[in-house]
Design a protein around this ligand. Sequence first.
Ligand SMILES: [Zn+2]
Length: 105
Amino acid sequence: MSYQWEARWVRKKLEFYGFSIDVCIDESTGLIACPVCIDVDKLCPPGRVTNLQPPEGVAYFYTAEDLLNHLRAHGEDFWGKERRRRAEVEEFEEHEEESEEEDEG
Ligand SMILES: [Zn+2]
């Protein structure tokens, strides 16, 4: 017997201690899918709601705390990826420029 529920996956940013990660949350149950166990871009592409049935073996949590504990268990799978991603983001932001156009007349 497998769980069949009408999932509504939405993309959310979870705030942890000093960083944030993108996760998929099921609006109908409030369950958070582990972003390492599944591909968040597939389960909940940005700006879209899906009702995909996620593969078996994915961990779900009701609270960010529980998810965080689970992410610790993933170890380098998660934290190594996160570090690389943040390094890329910081590099990108250095080149950010403000562009303001004002016309006065
Ligand atoms: Zn996981």
